[in-house]
Design a protein around this ligand. Structure first.
Ligand SMILES: Nc1nc2c(ncn2[C@@H]2O[C@H](COP(=O)(O)OP(=O)(O)OP(=O)(O)O)[C@@H](O)[C@H]2O)c(=O)[nH]1
Ligand SMILES: [Mg+2]
Ligand SMILES: [Zn+2]
Ligand SMILES: [Zn+2]
Length: 385
């Protein structure tokens, strides 16, 4: 079953919604009460129509392929029954893989999306398909807000709170289906308060929730790295509280949860220092300092054994980093529902940026695609190695 790229709601098998998006249409534009909470701003909707599966219908039902506005005659756009946003026409037969990035302020969520996107493009090419950005279904401009900054070395502004940011990519036909990849970038500020004005319930309906944990938020690590890496901005709220908020929004949903030790480049720099963590990162064999083995034949794949080993190594590193409560919240949650989870170590930039700019020598990402490879493997898009 496919999902809405903005609110991640299952696209119904009994009902469909359509709307006229012709700017010049003379039909009256009305507000819909749900839109603001999902989108973060008002959006007036012109002619709207619902199509319901006939009561006597037998077997699987799909709505009509076309509907026309009775006022202006224009093609109507399929839209989500819940958030009312336009959704792709082939939604009933395609698969939308929904990924949400979470974490405190400045944990690197937006940078990770930009870098992951570059890697996904390469991955999809290796799978003999092509990636395209679906600007008409996205709430954000990927070039302006995500790519140009990585490619030109400009720093990212903090994501503004209270506004939905979603990016939808078509991955083309992969393993028998048209696949889409939807990212939701959340402002850390929205997760640091308990009552964001934005409806964050989509976290419970995501296929994958990536939670970024910034080791630089830990005082002792910041101090140990004081003269080793450039000075970093103020860290956001403590990761344990933010994870609590994320789990609260997930509620009784069942997404996969990737807990990422982000900016691991900073910890790798500890390998040469005198710190209790140095031996972990000075060990050249650990998954925390080497990439997953790449298959030389047969194209891209997810290496289960490497993924599980990485998860174990990150889990024990988190315990060393006073992150025991994070591990407990994941493995023994208050809700008693243990989500399918794995621990990861990622670095989107590969080195700390100095002030406003990205690292001088360009970016050297580390394992940044691993969480996505995991879910793409679970979804049958990428094979196991
Ligand atoms: N050392 C290091 N720094 C990083 C990495 N990724 C991001 N940063 C730095 O972290 C800062 C915040 O990155 P963003 O991607 O804007 O963080 P965010 O989580 O989107 O922040 P909000 O939008 O405020 O929630 C940037 O100034 C980056 O330079 C990384 O892999 N390594
Ligand atoms: Mg951001
Ligand atoms: Zn929706
Ligand atoms: Zn119309």
């Amino acid at each position: 079953m496919s999902k809405c790229p903005l609110c991640f709601t299952d696209v119904g098998t009994v009902e469909a919604s359509w709307q006229c998006v012709n700017r010049d249409c003379a039909s009256e534009a009305t507000e819909h009460p749900a839109v603001k909470a999902y989108l973060g701003r008002e959006m007036k909707i012109k002619q709207r129509r619902r199509e319901v599966r006939p009561k006597d219908h037998r077997g699987p039902w799909t709505p009509r392929l076309e509907q026309h506005c009775t006022k202006c005659g224009a093609h109507m756009e399929r839209s989500c029954l819940v958030c009312q946003q336009p959704i792709p026409k082939d939604i009933d037969t395609s698969d939308v893989i929904c990924v949400a990035l979470t974490g405190a302020r400045a944990t690197g969520k937006s940078v990770s999306i930009g870098v992951m996107r570059l890697f996904v493009e390469k991955l999809v090419e290796e799978l003999r398909s092509a990636l395209t950005f679906e600007s008409r279904y996205s709430q954000t401009d990927e070039s302006k807000e995500y790519l140009d900054q990585i490619l030109t070395g400009k720093a990212y502004p903090a994501t503004p709170p209270g506004i939905a940011r979603s990016l939808l990519y078509s991955l083309g036909q992969l393993n028998g289906k048209h696949r889409y990849l939807a990212f939701r970038d959340i402002a850390g500020e929205d997760l640091e308060k308990s009552d964001s004005s934005l409806n964050l319930s989509f976290l419970g309906r995501a296929d994958l929730v990536i939670f970024l944990f910034d080791p630089l938020a830990i005082r002792s690590i910041r101090d140990a790295l004081e003269s080793v890496i450039p000075r970093q901005g103020e860290p956001g709220q403590d990761p344990q509280r933010v994870l609590g908020t994320v789990l609260k929004h997930i509620s009784n949903g069942r997404p996969h949860l990737a807990v990422c030790l982000a900016k691991v480049d900073a910890l790798q720099a500890l390998g040469e220092q005198n710190s209790p963590l140095s031996p972990v990162f000075a060990n050249a064999g650990t998954t925390l300092v080497r990439e997953a083995p790449k298959r030389t034949i047969g194209g891209p794949a997810y290496d289960q054994a490497d993924g599980l080993l990485l998860s174990e190594e990150v889990r024990s590193t988190l315990m060393l980093l006073n992150g025991t409560s994070i591990v407990n919240m994941v493995e023994n949650p208050a809700t008693k529902v243990v989500l399918p989870h794995r621990f990861f170590a990622t670095s989107a930039l590969g080195a700390a940026a100095d002030g406003e700019l990205l690292p001088d020598h360009g970016i050297t990402p580390f394992r940044v695609l691993d969480p996505l490879l995991w879910i793409l493997n679970e979804k049958g898009v990428v094979p196991s190695a």
